[in-house]
Write a protein that binds this ligand. Structure first.
Ligand code: WQD
Length: 338
């Protein structure tokens, strides 16, 4: 069965391609390589022994999207990762984010709406909750005013899909709200490849451990948490990738209750920034160089998932610990530095 993975050369996309191939799916990747490299194809192939079909297409080019679907009429499902995802950049360049994250989604949905039946998995984010009032966060927690155009594109994306599914019974969709993805494949063949100075905590930690960054700045230790630093739900990227496969299989098998569903994908456990640093130090055997600085504007204090829905409905549960995920992140960092 042929599945399209947009953004399949990216961090979460490449790990999902591996899990799809492991399940016997035929995978086609579309990626514009704006934030990824074709070399990732070799990493995927070295893990699974199967080279996915790849087409370098910018999904903003409507005609190219139409032509692609004409050439691949046997696509049964789409997992849509392709999007810009840097929170800070989205504040400076909102129109780039609305064009790239929303325009492309509309073109994809137009193509899928033409098919007799289609399954669509959307890469959403816990960022839609903002600072939720209650922990752990359930899927019916209110969606709050987005803190950034990036977060807004995730909220709008969910609404666009929901509204399309309402009038397109042939379209079956699931939005997966990721918490904080981290780590790399245990084979050390694929992992996170942040371009420039990493915005996210874990790659900044591993680059500091590798001596590429002088020290980590911890953005505030005066939050109302166990040790004053922010709490997040760090989920291992392989666990997250597997969640996409089970969500797709749910739709392909027609086991979905409605044709638009939403699931949190996290571990259900919160970790503070200092606990993540301690995990790195345990896994690497190295002391991490860090200093406490001012809070980062826009950061929320705490977010971790209630995963009951994914556990019960998808039959999926995260299996790896923070330390195991951190070990993989560190091994990957060392590999790409050599
Ligand atoms: C985690 C914690 C920082 C860097 C973002 C996006 C979200 C999703 C995941 C795409 C926070 C602290 C970080 C550093 C630090 N991305 N930190 N020093 O902000 O929870 O979520 O990435 O979907 O949409 O919003 O992740 O890794 O940036 O920060 O102290 O150098 O680490 O303050 O508490 P975040 P993050």
């Amino acid at each position: 069965m042929k599945i399209l993975v947009t953004g399949g050369l990216g961090f979460i996309g490449s790990h999902t391609v591996v899990e799809l191939q492991n399940e016997g799916f035929e995978v086609v990747i579309i990626d514009d390589c704006s934030n990824s490299s074709e070399k990732v194809l070799d990493g995927i192939t070295s893990i699974t022994g199967k080279k996915p079909w790849f087409e370098k297409i910018d999904l903003k080019e409507k005609q190219k999207v139409e032509d692609f679907f004409k050439r691949h009429e046997d696509i049964k499902g789409v997992i849509h990762f392709a999007a810009s995802k840097a929170v800070g950049e989205s504040v400076e360049k909102p129109l780039l984010y609305y064009e790239n994250n929303i325009g492309t989604l509309v073109y994809l949905l137009k193509e899928l709406s033409k098919k007799a039946k289609s399954s669509f998995i959307f890469s959403s984010s816990c960022t839609v909750y903002g600072q939720a009032d209650k922990m752990p966060i359930t899927e019916d927690a209110p969606v709050k005013e987005a803190e950034s155009p990036y977060g807004n594109t995730k909220q709008m994306g969910e609404e666009i899909i929901r509204d399309t599914c309402k009038v397109t019974p042939s379209l079956n969709a699931i939005a997966l709200r990721y918490f904080n993805p981290m780590g790399a494949h245990p084979t050390v063949q694929i992992g996170e490849l942040p371009i420039g100075v990493p915005q996210n905590l874990v790659p900044f930690i591993t680059q500091t451990g590798a001596g590429i960054r002088k020290e980590l700045s911890v953005f505030g230790d005066d939050y109302p948490t166990s040790d004053g630093t922010c709490v997040r739900d760090y989920i291992y990227v392989v666990d997250l990738a597997k969640a996409h496969v089970v969500a797709l299989q749910r739709l392909l098998a027609g086991n979905n209750r409605t044709n638009y569903e939403v699931f949190n994908v996290g571990t259900g456990k919160g970790s503070t920034v200092l606990e993540v640093i301690q995990s790195f130090e345990r896994m690497s055997g190295k002391k991490l160089n860090y200093k406490i600085v001012d809070r980062r504007p826009g950061d929320i204090t705490t977010a971790y998932a209630d995963t009951t829905q994914a556990n019960n409905e998808l039959g999926w549960k995260s299996r790896y610990t923070l330390d195991e995920a951190m070990k993989s992140a560190w091994e990957w960092e060392q590999k790409i530095r050599n």
